[in-house]
Design a protein around this ligand. Structure first.
Ligand code: MEV
Length: 430
């Protein structure tokens, strides 16, 4: 723990944290409370994720943090109505994509495969041509060595292919392609790569320096598409503006980054709700967006013959419905039940459809009323709640603050006082 003498809480001088990881959660909490002069109330919440589960998931656990989970409605994906749990701290996301889904004709989505890529970097290769030849000659033997009797293999998954190519002088890159079925697959792929590395070193007389999954999962891409009828989305003029907005993202990475961030707002929220690794999704999406040597938008829009707006998305989505945090966290399990799927491929298809809906919603708002109006509505509600409004009062107070164009806690308190006084007067008159 770092000591900051200027801190007004006057932290104690440097403490010895050695062995912190060996302590119980309660012991850790006590130390942190004492050391940082902070009473841990909120963090001590283990109602959903039990202490022992949290402690087995990560290191040095002292608590958990809550994020609201909301349901995105109106989604029909591959002809199936689906309720979509999304965990996010950002207002407007769920309302926006639910509305985009309502205005759409329903989504079709297709996951290419569940194959992930493991990478091995071979260095010190004196004769790369010969090394590649040896790997190709021994493919079957190497693939056999990956076998570990895992559930993935029992379900027909496992390592399917191995390829090798020279990437620099004395360096070879190996790709191990693994079908991960319903698992995200990082552990499986990493284990396999580490297992075959010594054999590959022997065959090539090289040094296997890196043995690790690649997050650019080009075999695990998903496509989703839909159409928005022009009469439902304020006409051809709006459609032209949305197409123009997408073109802008193609022209400049400064816009493309924000465009894609909006897509990931939806995708990450489902990942968080289902206990999936959103950092892997982010890494894959943004690298895929730069695949053609230029960072580009992950969605595209065009008009069909009727003049309606067609939207499409394509990106890698690496998620699992088994194992990892998904299995340990009971809330993730319930969210998967709400989604009604046990298949990673279907979960990925849902995420792609939501990503597209989210992007449409953002572009539609930006080119019409602007993004702030919707944001402000929810922001105003938050301010009203913080100022002490009851659930019943929240909407009225938020609306009043918007009308007065003064969304502040002070104003919210003033309005609360006023409407409570008015209510009291009314009751007295009765
Ligand atoms: C905000 O979280 C996301 C947006 O900025 C996305 C976009 O601009 O397309 C609204």
């Amino acid at each position: 723990l770092v000591t900051n003498t200027k801190n007004k809480h006057k932290r104690k001088p440097k403490m010895n944290t050695s062995g912190f990881y060996k302590l119980t959660i309660k012991q850790r909490q006590k130390i942190i409370e004492k050391q940082t002069n902070t009473k841990l109330h909120a963090l001590k919440n283990f109602k959903t994720l039990k202490e022992k589960n949290a402690d087995s998931m990560i290191e040095n656990v002292i608590g958990t943090i809550s994020i609201p989970v909301g349901i995105a409605t109106n989604f029909i994906i591959n002809k199936k109505p689906i309720l979509i749990p999304m965990a996010t701290e950002e207002s407007s996301i769920i309302a926006a994509c639910s509305r985009a889904a309502k205005l759409s004709n329903g989504f079709t989505a297709k996951n290419k495969s569940n194959k992930m890529t493991g990478q091995i970097l071979l260095t010190n290769i004196k004769n790369p041509q010969n090394a590649i030849k040896q790997i190709n000659k021994n493919k079957k033997k190497i693939l056999k060595q990956t076998k570990n009797n895992t559930i993935i293999e029992k379900l027909g998954g496992g390592a399917k292919e191995i390829t090798a190519k020279k990437i620099a002088k004395n360096k070879i890159e190996i790709h191990l392609i693994v079908d991960c079925i319903d698992a995200m697959g990082a552990n499986t792929v990493n284990t396999m790569c580490e297992k075959i590395a010594p054999t590959i070193e022997k065959l090539t007389n090289g040094k296997a320096l890196l043995k690790i999954i690649s997050n650019l999962s080009t075999h695990r891409t998903v496509k989703a598409k839909t159409t928005w009828k022009k009469q439902k989305i304020s006409g051809e003029n709006t459609i032209n503006k949305i197409i123009e907005a997408q073109k802008f993202a193609q022209l400049t990475p400064h816009r493309a980054a924000t465009h894609n961030k909006g897509i990931m707002n939806g995708i990450d929220a489902i990942a968080l709700a289902t206990g999936n690794d959103w950092r892997a999704l982010e890494a894959a999406a943004h690298t895929y967006a730069s695949h053609n040597k230029k960072y580009s938008p992950l969605t595209k829009y065009y008009k069909n013959k009727k003049g309606d707006l067609c939207g499409e998305i394509e990106l890698p989505i690496t998620v699992g419905t088994v194992g990892g945090a998904t299995k340990i966290n009971p809330a993730a399990q319930e969210n998967l039940k709400i989604l009604g799927t046990k298949k990673a491929s279907e979960l990925a298809e849902i995420m792609a459809a939501v990503g597209l809906a989210q992007n449409f919603a953002a572009l539609h708002a930006i080119v019409t009323e602007g993004i702030q109006k919707g944001h402000m509505r929810l922001h105003a509600k938050n301010i009203a709640i913080n100022a002490g409004a009851t659930i019943k009062e929240t909407n009225t107070i938020a609306q009043k603050m918007i009308e007065q164009q003064e969304i502040t806690e002070t104003n919210a308190k003033k309005i609360i006082k006023k409407i409570r006084n008015q209510k009291q007067l009314k009751e007295q008159r009765k």
